[in-house]
Design a protein around this ligand. Sequence first.
Ligand SMILES: Cc1cc2nc3c(=O)[nH]c(=O)nc-3n(C[C@H](O)[C@H](O)[C@H](O)COP(=O)(O)OP(=O)(O)OC[C@H]3O[C@@H](n4cnc5c(N)ncnc54)[C@H](O)[C@@H]3O)c2cc1C
Length: 279
Amino acid sequence: MKPAPFDFAKARSLDEAIALLSQYADSRLLAGGQSLIATLNMRLSAPKLLIDINAIDELKGISVEGDRLKIGALVRHAQAERSAEIARHAPLVALALPHIAHPAIRNRGTIGGSIAYADPAAELPACLLALGGEVEIANATGTRAVAADDFFTGLFETALGFGDVLTAIRIPLAQPESRYGFAELARRHGDYAMVGLAAAARADGKAIEDVRLAFFGVDATPVRARAAEDAIERGEDAVGALAHDVDPQGDVQASGAAKRHLADVLLKRVLAQLAEPRS
Ligand SMILES: Cc1cc2nc3c(=O)[nH]c(=O)nc-3n(C[C@H](O)[C@H](O)[C@H](O)COP(=O)(O)OP(=O)(O)OC[C@H]3O[C@@H](n4cnc5c(N)ncnc54)[C@H](O)[C@@H]3O)c2cc1C
Protein backbone atom coordinates (compact mmCIF):
# COMPACT_ATOMS: atom_id res chain seq x y z
CA MET A 1 0.00 0.00 0.00
CA LYS A 2 1.00 3.63 -0.40
CA PRO A 3 0.75 6.22 2.39
CA ALA A 4 -1.92 8.89 2.41
CA PRO A 5 -0.57 12.19 1.01
CA PHE A 6 1.47 14.30 3.45
CA ASP A 7 3.58 17.44 3.44
CA PHE A 8 7.27 17.23 4.35
CA ALA A 9 9.57 19.62 6.20
CA LYS A 10 13.23 19.17 7.10
CA ALA A 11 14.02 20.81 10.44
CA ARG A 12 17.58 22.18 10.74
CA SER A 13 17.48 22.82 14.49
CA LEU A 14 15.64 21.61 17.57
CA ASP A 15 13.88 24.98 17.84
CA GLU A 16 12.65 24.67 14.28
CA ALA A 17 11.35 21.14 14.88
CA ILE A 18 9.52 22.28 18.02
CA ALA A 19 8.07 25.30 16.22
CA LEU A 20 6.75 23.12 13.39
CA LEU A 21 5.35 20.52 15.80
CA SER A 22 3.58 23.23 17.82
CA GLN A 23 2.23 24.91 14.70
CA TYR A 24 0.78 21.82 13.01
CA ALA A 25 -1.40 19.69 15.28
CA ASP A 26 -1.45 16.75 12.87
CA SER A 27 2.30 16.41 12.37
CA ARG A 28 4.74 13.60 13.18
CA LEU A 29 8.51 13.55 13.65
CA LEU A 30 10.49 11.37 11.25
CA ALA A 31 13.69 9.89 12.74
CA GLY A 32 14.97 6.60 11.26
CA GLY A 33 11.58 5.91 9.71
CA GLN A 34 11.88 2.17 10.37
CA SER A 35 8.60 2.04 12.29
CA LEU A 36 6.86 5.21 11.11
CA ILE A 37 7.11 4.56 7.38
CA ALA A 38 5.60 1.10 7.80
CA THR A 39 2.64 2.54 9.74
CA LEU A 40 2.15 5.20 7.03
CA ASN A 41 2.30 2.61 4.25
CA MET A 42 -0.27 0.47 6.05
CA ARG A 43 -2.35 3.61 6.66
CA LEU A 44 -2.35 2.96 10.39
CA SER A 45 -1.24 6.56 10.63
CA ALA A 46 -1.92 9.48 8.27
CA PRO A 47 -0.33 12.70 9.57
CA LYS A 48 -0.65 15.84 7.41
CA LEU A 49 3.01 16.81 7.91
CA LEU A 50 6.20 14.81 8.43
CA ILE A 51 9.00 16.73 10.16
CA ASP A 52 12.36 15.19 9.33
CA ILE A 53 14.72 15.63 12.32
CA ASN A 54 17.73 13.82 10.83
CA ALA A 55 19.74 17.02 10.22
CA ILE A 56 19.56 18.22 13.84
CA ASP A 57 23.09 17.92 15.22
CA GLU A 58 21.97 18.70 18.81
CA LEU A 59 20.30 15.27 18.92
CA LYS A 60 23.29 13.21 17.78
CA GLY A 61 25.96 12.89 20.48
CA ILE A 62 26.93 10.39 23.15
CA SER A 63 28.56 11.96 26.21
CA VAL A 64 29.22 11.51 29.92
CA GLU A 65 27.43 14.15 32.02
CA GLY A 66 28.28 13.80 35.71
CA ASP A 67 27.21 10.31 36.81
CA ARG A 68 25.09 9.68 33.70
CA LEU A 69 25.62 8.69 30.10
CA LYS A 70 23.62 10.88 27.75
CA ILE A 71 22.64 9.28 24.44
CA GLY A 72 21.15 11.68 21.91
CA ALA A 73 17.81 10.78 20.35
CA LEU A 74 19.27 10.55 16.84
CA VAL A 75 22.05 8.11 17.73
CA ARG A 76 21.40 5.16 15.44
CA HIS A 77 21.33 1.60 16.73
CA ALA A 78 24.41 0.75 14.62
CA GLN A 79 26.34 3.75 15.97
CA ALA A 80 25.43 2.74 19.51
CA GLU A 81 26.58 -0.83 18.82
CA ARG A 82 30.04 0.47 17.86
CA SER A 83 30.26 3.04 20.68
CA ALA A 84 33.08 2.57 23.19
CA GLU A 85 31.21 4.85 25.64
CA ILE A 86 28.13 2.65 25.55
CA ALA A 87 30.18 -0.54 25.89
CA ARG A 88 31.93 0.91 28.94
CA HIS A 89 29.23 2.94 30.63
CA ALA A 90 26.01 1.20 29.55
CA PRO A 91 26.88 -2.49 29.04
CA LEU A 92 23.24 -3.56 29.30
CA VAL A 93 22.40 -1.47 26.22
CA ALA A 94 25.38 -3.02 24.42
CA LEU A 95 24.06 -6.50 25.28
CA ALA A 96 20.61 -5.67 23.90
CA LEU A 97 21.49 -3.87 20.67
CA PRO A 98 22.44 -6.93 18.55
CA HIS A 99 18.95 -8.33 19.22
CA ILE A 100 17.24 -5.35 17.58
CA ALA A 101 16.10 -6.23 14.07
CA HIS A 102 18.77 -6.65 11.36
CA PRO A 103 21.82 -4.59 10.35
CA ALA A 104 19.95 -2.65 7.63
CA ILE A 105 17.32 -1.54 10.15
CA ARG A 106 19.93 -0.81 12.82
CA ASN A 107 21.74 1.45 10.34
CA ARG A 108 18.72 3.78 10.22
CA GLY A 109 16.71 3.19 13.41
CA THR A 110 17.42 5.57 16.27
CA ILE A 111 17.54 5.27 20.04
CA GLY A 112 15.04 8.11 20.41
CA GLY A 113 12.68 6.59 17.84
CA SER A 114 12.69 3.27 19.66
CA ILE A 115 11.96 4.85 23.05
CA ALA A 116 9.32 7.23 21.64
CA TYR A 117 7.57 4.49 19.64
CA ALA A 118 7.51 2.30 22.78
CA ASP A 119 6.75 -1.01 21.15
CA PRO A 120 5.94 -3.35 24.07
CA ALA A 121 8.25 -6.02 22.62
CA ALA A 122 11.20 -3.66 22.02
CA GLU A 123 14.52 -4.09 23.78
CA LEU A 124 15.58 -0.51 24.54
CA PRO A 125 12.53 0.65 26.52
CA ALA A 126 13.04 -2.35 28.84
CA CYS A 127 16.76 -1.57 29.17
CA LEU A 128 16.00 2.04 30.06
CA LEU A 129 13.53 0.85 32.70
CA ALA A 130 15.94 -1.75 34.13
CA LEU A 131 18.69 0.86 34.35
CA GLY A 132 16.50 3.42 36.11
CA GLY A 133 17.26 5.87 33.32
CA GLU A 134 15.37 8.94 32.26
CA VAL A 135 14.09 10.59 29.13
CA GLU A 136 14.92 14.20 28.26
CA ILE A 137 12.08 16.03 26.53
CA ALA A 138 11.99 19.50 24.97
CA ASN A 139 9.02 21.59 23.86
CA ALA A 140 8.15 25.25 23.33
CA THR A 141 8.14 25.96 27.07
CA GLY A 142 11.49 24.32 27.96
CA THR A 143 12.92 20.93 28.83
CA ARG A 144 11.99 18.32 31.39
CA ALA A 145 13.23 14.89 32.45
CA VAL A 146 10.87 11.96 32.97
CA ALA A 147 11.98 8.82 34.80
CA ALA A 148 11.67 5.62 32.79
CA ASP A 149 9.33 4.28 35.50
CA ASP A 150 6.85 7.05 34.56
CA PHE A 151 7.52 7.29 30.81
CA PHE A 152 5.80 4.20 29.37
CA THR A 153 2.12 4.74 30.06
CA GLY A 154 0.27 2.31 27.77
CA LEU A 155 0.34 0.42 24.48
CA PHE A 156 2.51 2.61 22.23
CA GLU A 157 1.76 5.43 24.68
CA THR A 158 4.31 7.47 26.60
CA ALA A 159 4.65 10.66 28.60
CA LEU A 160 5.38 12.52 25.33
CA GLY A 161 2.65 15.06 24.64
CA PHE A 162 1.72 17.60 22.01
CA GLY A 163 4.75 19.57 20.80
CA ASP A 164 7.27 17.35 22.62
CA VAL A 165 10.56 16.16 21.13
CA LEU A 166 12.48 13.38 22.86
CA THR A 167 15.99 14.84 22.82
CA ALA A 168 18.06 12.22 24.70
CA ILE A 169 18.05 9.44 27.24
CA ARG A 170 20.23 9.43 30.35
CA ILE A 171 21.53 6.29 32.02
CA PRO A 172 23.42 5.96 35.33
CA LEU A 173 27.05 5.09 34.58
CA ALA A 174 28.00 1.45 35.18
CA GLN A 175 30.05 0.96 38.35
CA PRO A 176 32.51 -1.84 39.17
CA GLU A 177 29.88 -3.49 41.38
CA SER A 178 27.12 -3.19 38.72
CA ARG A 179 25.70 -6.44 37.35
CA TYR A 180 23.59 -6.82 34.21
CA GLY A 181 21.59 -9.55 32.57
CA PHE A 182 19.81 -9.76 29.23
CA ALA A 183 17.94 -12.57 27.50
CA GLU A 184 15.18 -12.83 24.97
CA LEU A 185 13.41 -15.47 22.94
CA ALA A 186 12.39 -14.60 19.40
CA ARG A 187 11.22 -16.85 16.58
CA ARG A 188 14.26 -15.81 14.52
CA HIS A 189 17.21 -13.68 15.57
CA GLY A 190 16.27 -10.06 14.84
CA ASP A 191 12.51 -10.55 15.17
CA TYR A 192 10.70 -8.73 17.92
CA ALA A 193 10.92 -10.83 21.08
CA MET A 194 8.16 -13.20 22.14
CA VAL A 195 9.41 -12.46 25.67
CA GLY A 196 12.53 -10.68 26.86
CA LEU A 197 14.14 -9.59 30.10
CA ALA A 198 16.61 -6.80 30.85
CA ALA A 199 18.09 -6.65 34.36
CA ALA A 200 20.40 -4.49 36.42
CA ALA A 201 21.63 -4.96 39.98
CA ARG A 202 24.45 -4.15 42.36
CA ALA A 203 26.66 -6.77 43.94
CA ASP A 204 27.55 -6.33 47.62
CA GLY A 205 29.84 -9.23 48.47
CA LYS A 206 27.73 -12.29 47.76
CA ALA A 207 24.48 -10.35 48.04
CA ILE A 208 22.66 -8.87 45.05
CA GLU A 209 20.94 -5.56 45.76
CA ASP A 210 19.06 -2.79 43.95
CA VAL A 211 17.68 -5.35 41.52
CA ARG A 212 15.58 -4.02 38.63
CA LEU A 213 13.98 -6.58 36.31
CA ALA A 214 12.19 -5.27 33.21
CA PHE A 215 10.28 -7.80 31.11
CA PHE A 216 9.19 -6.98 27.57
CA GLY A 217 6.72 -8.69 25.25
CA VAL A 218 4.50 -9.63 28.19
CA ASP A 219 2.17 -6.62 28.48
CA ALA A 220 1.31 -3.26 26.92
CA THR A 221 4.47 -1.68 28.32
CA PRO A 222 7.75 -3.01 29.70
CA VAL A 223 6.98 -4.42 33.15
CA ARG A 224 9.00 -4.25 36.38
CA ALA A 225 8.92 -7.62 38.17
CA ARG A 226 8.92 -6.18 41.67
CA ALA A 227 8.00 -9.34 43.59
CA ALA A 228 10.83 -11.23 41.88
CA GLU A 229 13.20 -8.31 42.54
CA ASP A 230 12.38 -8.46 46.26
CA ALA A 231 12.79 -12.25 46.30
CA ILE A 232 16.27 -11.99 44.76
CA GLU A 233 17.33 -9.40 47.32
CA ARG A 234 16.06 -11.62 50.16
CA GLY A 235 17.72 -14.71 48.66
CA GLU A 236 14.30 -16.33 48.13
CA ASP A 237 12.66 -18.11 45.17
CA ALA A 238 12.47 -15.41 42.47
CA VAL A 239 10.92 -17.67 39.84
CA GLY A 240 8.13 -18.57 42.26
CA ALA A 241 7.55 -14.89 42.99
CA LEU A 242 7.35 -14.01 39.30
CA ALA A 243 3.76 -15.28 39.13
CA HIS A 244 2.78 -12.11 41.04
CA ASP A 245 4.44 -9.87 38.43
CA VAL A 246 3.85 -11.33 35.00
CA ASP A 247 0.51 -12.56 33.63
CA PRO A 248 0.86 -12.21 29.85
CA GLN A 249 -1.99 -12.17 27.36
CA GLY A 250 -1.44 -14.26 24.25
CA ASP A 251 -0.63 -12.50 20.98
CA VAL A 252 0.21 -13.50 17.39
CA GLN A 253 3.54 -14.86 18.60
CA ALA A 254 2.56 -17.12 21.50
CA SER A 255 -0.21 -17.98 23.95
CA GLY A 256 -0.28 -16.34 27.37
CA ALA A 257 0.67 -19.67 28.98
CA ALA A 258 3.66 -20.10 26.66
CA LYS A 259 4.85 -16.56 27.41
CA ARG A 260 4.43 -17.19 31.14
CA HIS A 261 6.63 -20.28 30.81
CA LEU A 262 9.22 -18.40 28.72
CA ALA A 263 9.35 -15.65 31.35
CA ASP A 264 10.37 -18.26 33.95
CA VAL A 265 13.02 -19.65 31.61
CA LEU A 266 14.45 -16.18 30.92
CA LEU A 267 14.48 -15.26 34.60
CA LYS A 268 16.58 -18.36 35.38
CA ARG A 269 19.05 -17.41 32.63
CA VAL A 270 19.30 -13.82 33.80
CA LEU A 271 19.72 -14.87 37.45
CA ALA A 272 22.77 -16.88 36.36
CA GLN A 273 24.16 -13.79 34.58
CA LEU A 274 23.57 -11.56 37.61
CA ALA A 275 25.45 -14.04 39.81
CA GLU A 276 28.63 -13.67 37.73
CA PRO A 277 30.99 -10.69 38.10
CA ARG A 278 31.29 -8.64 34.91
CA SER A 279 34.33 -9.46 32.83
C1 LIG B 1 11.56 -5.55 10.09
C2 LIG B 1 11.76 -4.74 11.35
C3 LIG B 1 12.14 -5.40 12.50
C4 LIG B 1 12.32 -4.69 13.68
N1 LIG B 1 12.70 -5.37 14.80
C5 LIG B 1 12.87 -4.70 15.95
C6 LIG B 1 13.26 -5.37 17.14
O1 LIG B 1 13.48 -6.58 17.16
N2 LIG B 1 13.38 -4.63 18.26
C7 LIG B 1 13.13 -3.27 18.29
O2 LIG B 1 13.25 -2.66 19.34
N3 LIG B 1 12.80 -2.62 17.19
C8 LIG B 1 12.65 -3.28 16.02
N4 LIG B 1 12.30 -2.60 14.89
C9 LIG B 1 12.04 -1.15 14.99
C10 LIG B 1 13.33 -0.35 14.90
O3 LIG B 1 14.11 -0.53 16.06
C11 LIG B 1 12.98 1.15 14.78
O4 LIG B 1 14.12 1.77 14.40
C12 LIG B 1 12.47 1.85 16.01
O5 LIG B 1 11.35 1.25 16.57
C13 LIG B 1 11.99 3.26 15.68
O6 LIG B 1 13.09 4.05 15.47
P1 LIG B 1 13.13 5.03 14.24
O7 LIG B 1 14.28 5.94 14.46
O8 LIG B 1 13.12 4.22 12.98
O9 LIG B 1 11.79 5.88 14.44
P2 LIG B 1 10.69 6.35 13.39
O10 LIG B 1 10.13 5.18 12.65
O11 LIG B 1 11.20 7.49 12.57
O12 LIG B 1 9.62 6.94 14.41
C14 LIG B 1 8.85 6.07 15.24
C15 LIG B 1 7.88 6.93 16.06
O13 LIG B 1 8.60 7.67 17.05
C16 LIG B 1 8.42 9.08 16.86
N5 LIG B 1 9.71 9.71 17.11
C17 LIG B 1 10.89 9.39 16.52
N6 LIG B 1 11.89 10.11 17.05
C18 LIG B 1 11.32 10.93 17.98
C19 LIG B 1 11.82 11.93 18.87
N7 LIG B 1 13.14 12.22 18.92
N8 LIG B 1 10.96 12.58 19.68
C20 LIG B 1 9.63 12.26 19.67
N9 LIG B 1 9.09 11.33 18.85
C21 LIG B 1 9.93 10.67 18.01
C22 LIG B 1 7.94 9.25 15.42
O14 LIG B 1 7.18 10.43 15.25
C23 LIG B 1 7.12 7.98 15.23
O15 LIG B 1 5.83 8.15 15.79
C24 LIG B 1 12.12 -3.27 13.70
C25 LIG B 1 11.76 -2.60 12.53
C26 LIG B 1 11.57 -3.32 11.36
C27 LIG B 1 11.18 -2.59 10.11
